[in-house]
Each structure stands twice: as structure tokens, then as C-alpha cells.
Design a protein around this ligand. Structure first.
Ligand SMILES: [Zn+2]
Length: 243
């Protein structure tokens, strides 16, 4: 009987592609076959020495680092990211996370990860938005990767301005200094943490969060991954757009 009602519901409210909005054909997950095939994938999830790893490598002792997609301005994939970042469609971030988690799992590079940790939002901003999209993304990644999700231990202890509204590069670094803390460092002792965020631009937020974890628990190993990366930040000013 539940299946019957689901069929009726889908008849009137068909599931739509998260990128182009067309009705999803049977058997598709989140994206229609065309948008799935056309995705601006980076190919970095299966490569240790990739441009995202090199970006972090100079600033932080990361074990692995990758981003799944290029963030492309004025594209349907940007709209898809904005739909969970700004328009309340958190379910999309969890489904994208599980697709990215599958890619990380297939690569084998993340096999030694012990826990998947989302970059936390301050409680006031979380309350206003109703959810933390990085948390849903991390939940999907943890599921695809087959690793436990760990939330609530690493917290954002200070409220800061949104990085998207902080246009000057140096201000972005100042804006995230000392904003995180670890409640129970002993729980992370000797663990390999995979730190997750949605879009990588300067990397200031991720680095500040990773530095806080490493300071509180020097025996940790840290890897980082984001759903998308701005090509503009990786390769220079003419190769992509901002948020
Ligand atoms: Zn589509």
C-alpha cells in the first residue's frame, strides 16, 4: 500500500533533476543522465598529488585533499549548490555527499579515515538557516565512504561574518582566526579526521578549523574535502567565478 501512495504522489509531484529541473527518468538518482554525464568533475578524488592537495600542502600537513566538482559560475551546477546553501534544499547536499563519498571510497586513498567531521556553523547562524549544509554533506560522504560521522565535538565558538560577504582576501583570513574550538580533544586522539566543507575558495575557514583540531590534538591526522572548488582560486583569475 505505501508503494501505491508513493506512485500517486510521484504522478503529481515528480522528482526533478537537482541541476536542470527536468523530471527525473526512472532509475536516476538526484541528477538526470545528461546532467550527470555533463558534470564538471575535477577527477581529484582518486589522485593524491592534485591541485587541491598542493593548495593545502603548503599551509597545513594534510594527508589527503580533494574537491569533487569545479564551481562554475552561471551554470546549473552553481544553482544546484545555491539551492542547498541558500534556499533550504538540504536533502540535495546529503545526496551529493553520498555520490562524492562513493568516489572517495573507490579511490582507496581515504581508507584510513576514522571519522568524518563537517566544518561547524555557529549556533546562531545554524538556528537562522535551520541546518548546516556541510553536516548533511558530511553525512552523505560518511555513508558513501562507510565511515562514522562525528558532529558536536568541533564547534564554532565565535560568530563571524559570512565569508561570501567578505570580499577582500586578507579580511577573509582575519575573519576566521580563532573561531573554532574542540570540546573533547581526547576523543580525537590518534584519529585520522576527514574535514568536510561545501565550497573551497581561499581555504581560510577549512585551514582555521584544521589548525584548531591539530593544536588541540597534535596526534591527529587531517584530510580535507569539499564538494566543489573555485577554479579561479586554484588556477588564477580567468578560470572561473566566485560565489
Ligand atoms: Zn538535469
Amino acid at each position: 500500500m505505501p508503494g501505491y501512495f508513493t506512485e500517486i504522489f510521484r504522478l503529481f509531484f515528480p522528482e526533478r533533476c537537482a541541476a536542470c529541473g527536468n523530471v527525473l527518468p526512472d532509475g536516476s538518482y538526484l541528477l538526470c543522465p545528461h546532467c550527470r554525464w555533463d558534470m564538471p568533475l575535477t577527477g581529484y578524488c582518486g589522485v593524491h598529488d592534485n591541485p587541491v592537495y598542493r593548495k593545502f600542502g603548503g599551509l597545513l600537513p594534510v594527508a589527503e585533499a580533494s574537491s569533487w566538482l569545479f564551481f562554475v559560475s552561471h551554470s546549473r551546477y552553481r544553482d544546484m549548490i545555491h539551492s542547498f546553501k541558500y534556499r533550504g534544499q538540504w536533502e540535495i547536499s546529503r545526496k551529493l555527499g553520498s555520490l562524492m563519498g562513493d568516489a572517495l571510497h573507490e579511490s582507496g586513498l581515504y581508507d584510513s579515515v576514522d571519522a568524518v567531521v563537517p566544518v561547524p556553523l555557529h549556533s546562531m547562524r545554524r538556528l537562522r538557516r535551520g541546518y548546516n549544509q556541510a553536516e548533511y554533506l558530511a553525512e552523505g560522504i560518511a555513508c558513501g565512504l562507510g565511515k562514522p560521522l562525528c558532529t558536536g565535538n568541533v564547534v564554532r565558538s565565535r560568530h563571524n561574518r559570512s565569508q561570501a560577504s567578505t570580499r577582500v582576501r586578507d579580511e577573509r583570513w582575519d575573519n576566521v582566526k580563532n573561531i573554532f574550538s574542540v570540546r573533547h580533544p581526547e576523543a580525537l586522539d590518534g584519529r585520522h579526521i576527514l574535514l568536510v566543507d561545501d565550497v573551497l575558495t581561499t581555504g581560510a575557514t577549512l585551514i582555521s578549523c584544521a589548525e584548531t583540531i591539530l593544536h588541540a590534538c597534535p596526534s591527529c591526522r587531517i584530510s580535507v574535502c569539499t564538494l566543489a572548488v573555485s577554479a579561479h582560486e586554484l588556477f588564477g583569475r580567468h578560470s572561473g567565478g566566485g560565489l
